[in-house]
Design a protein around this ligand. Structure first.
Ligand code: HMG
Ligand code: MG
Length: 297
């Protein structure tokens, strides 16, 4: 049975832009976020507190937060202690930590093994929870790793259970390189729904590399998931995951959900206007179906 409502967490300003080769001016990022907010998103990843040497595109994150925080749930990504120190110096009260299930990916992405990252994050997350922060944990390479291949479901469950023990509010489970099939999605999310606490929000994060993003969202819905990360215009990808293309496009997800009668609170036309705007600031053409149909592109 399908839910009546689902939440879309817009990740375009972060996942969508982090892989853009040319620097997108800070003012353009801020305008993009403001336009997205007009579409009604209540949850959005705005930027990342990562090393500007590793991801130069995210070097303006303090400025982004200074202009874009409001009463909705705005996330900044933090991979480590330095990232969380930077968070504590802002008035942002929501963060997304991120760890890969596969060691090789985690090493390439944040220069630590999975276990080292978990050990580092444990006291930091506990402290954030004591201070009343909302903590989301993004679980990368939950299906396939670009370096190690197929990832074991039990390893994903073990990482998710650790984060639950640390006290996170949400787990966003990701197909980082867009290789998962709807069958694998149904199996993994059914297992997680069954084994994790019902109070932990469970979110699915798909990249559309092989065109299976929407099918995977439908499979996750059938497994009982009603929260989805998506990126306006289908932009995105992780710079340290070769072969990853953009996230499933928010406008395509919105179209599918609303056509099936599932409410999201997001409006299509303002969303497409945000995509119009950012399309002029990125090198990649916008490939989402809904954008092309609406704009005859
Ligand atoms: P490192 O080089 O191992 O860091 O990088 P370090 O601890 O050795 O420190 C070296 C220098 O970096 C020091 O500065 C630190 O202060 C600084 P120095 O003394 O040389 O001047 N530093 C930092 N600066 C700013 N912010 C920080 C920070 N930490 C250390 N947080 C590090 C480790 C994690 C920093 C690096 O590997 C990094 O920045 N990685 C970023 C990876 C990234 O952004 N990936 C994309 C996001 S994840 C993703 O896209 C997946 C997701 O969408 C889900 C999915 O699809 O799978 C979420
Ligand atoms: Mg991603």
């Amino acid at each position: 049975e399908l839910p009546e409502r689902a939440s879309i967490i817009e990740v375009g300003p972060r996942d969508g832009l982090q892989n853009e080769r040319n620097f997108v001016e800070t003012a353009a990022k801020i305008e993009f976020i403001k336009k997205l907010k007009k579409a009604g998103f209540q949850e959005m990843e705005l930027t990342s507190f990562v090393s500007p040497k590793w991801v130069p595109q995210m070097k303006d994150s303090e400025e982004i937060l200074a202009s874009c925080l409001d009463a909705t749930r705005n996330f900044v990504l933090t991979p480590n202690e330095r990232g969380i120190q930077r968070l504590l110096e802002t008035s942002c009260r929501n963060t997304a930590v991120f760890v890969g299930v596969s060691d090789t990916f985690n090493q390439k992405n944040i220069n630590k093994t999975t276990a080292e990252s978990l050990d580092e994050l444990k006291p930091l997350i506990r402290d954030l929870k004591n201070k009343g922060y909302f903590v989301r944990a993004c679980i990368s390479t939950a299906f396939y790793c670009p370096y190690e291949g197929k990832v074991d479901e039990q390893d994903v469950l073990a990482v998710c259970e650790k984060f639950e023990e640390f006290g996170v509010d949400e787990l966003s489970v990701a197909d980082t390189i867009g290789m998962a099939t709807p069958k694998e999605v149904f199996e993994l999310f059914s297992l997680l729904k069954h084994r994790l606490r019902s109070a932990t929000l469970l979110t699915a994060h798909f990249h559309d590399t092989r065109g299976l993003g929407l099918a995977n969202i439908f499979s996750a819905l059938q497994a009982g998931v009603n929260r989805f990360d998506a990126s306006a215009g289908g932009l995105g990808g992780c710079p340290f995951a070769p072969g990853a293309s953009g996230n499933v496009a928010t406008e395509d997800v919105l179209h599918m959900l609303s056509s099936m009668g599932i409410q999201t609170g997001i409006q299509m036309e303002p969303l497409l206007e945000a995509v119009d705007y950012i399309s002029r600031h990125v090198a990649k053409p916008i490939e989402s179906r809904q954008y092309r149909l609406a704009r005859n592109a």
